[in-house]
Design a protein around this ligand. Sequence first.
Ligand code: PLP
Length: 401
Amino acid sequence: MHDPAPIDRGWPALYLDHNATTQPAPAVIEAMAACLGEGWANPSSTHAPGRAARERLEVARARVAHLVDAADLREVVFTSGGTEAIHAAILGAWRARRELARDTILASSVEHAATRSALEAARREGARIVLAPVDAQARVQREAVLERIDERTVLVSLIHANNEVGTLLDLGDLGQRCRAAGVLLHLDAVQAVGRLPFSVRALQADLVSLSAHKLHGPKGVGALWVRRGAQWEPATAGSQESGRRGGTENLPGIVGFGVAAQLARAWLQAEGWKDLAAVRDAFEARLLELVPDVVIHARSVPRLPNTSSVRLPGLDAELLLAYLDSQGVHLSAGSACHATARAPSPVLAAMQLGGAAGMETVRVSFGRGQDRADACRAAEALAQASLDLGRPVPSSVIPGR
Ligand code: PLP
């Protein structure tokens, strides 16, 4: 999992940005290459090569369906990634269900940019968008969502695992409550699936968005899980994907996604996520030892096992990231989508970290294959950077004193 680029300063290069993307697994690359080389026919063709391509497509569909515990393989619709899946979910639910009296989509104030732009598109089509607040740990308040559901609500769309701080959605009985109220429930599970056990059936959702590149699959491919019977309409017309997403399928990408899903399922069955959480916890423990005034956001609430959102008070995140990057330690501030913006991300702002705190927060996200040695190196790299960049720290914590 290490970045192969050489570095010039003491510790081996360290990739700590798995929430932005993950390295495709070797088996994924192999399967994609084989598909490009031999299995390149159009899965919609009825001749033998086309039928073989269709078979590859359906094997991948089954693998993705198993990963999310879908009741029926046909519920999985392949897309060009998480962003398209989210747009298809939100706009598809809105267009299928909008009525004069039902005009509201409910989401939270910590949604990913993909959801925010889909909500904006729905707003331009007449939807009323209502956002439920979160607490200082980025926890969407279930009661706040429930009390906003009324007879005007078409859809509830929530992020299942926050990409910036890792906070997990505590769904409770929200799925049943939405169903009872005649409201569709969409979950953006892009960061959660492949990192934690995940069952669309247990969650009682109607629509779930997935992305391959967060689970060691390729970029540019994802899926929307649509519960059989859900009142939803496709955003792209065409006969492919059983009429639910037009356009010739990205077969090599989908095949890679299928292999990645299979690997993720085996990893989850072996409870790999517990090991990953131990790596992340070792990082945080070591960092606290070296830099006692470090602030770790959302540490006390259920989080993704790989994610740590940390603030070194007094040290600008952009400066820290650039410095670490030059040392071969690669991470990001908040969402990758905000990596070039000079304002705290909307997620940090919603957590009341809109001022200096937001500008001093970085995201460390570990990945499968990393170990406690990587965790210690990561903590030591941050502590050393804090010293090198002149952050005022208590002298007792300066390593070596
Ligand atoms: N949703 C979340 C929570 C994400 O973290 C991301 C990617 O960063 C997306 C959606 C978008 O997925 P994709 O990059 O596949 O379009």
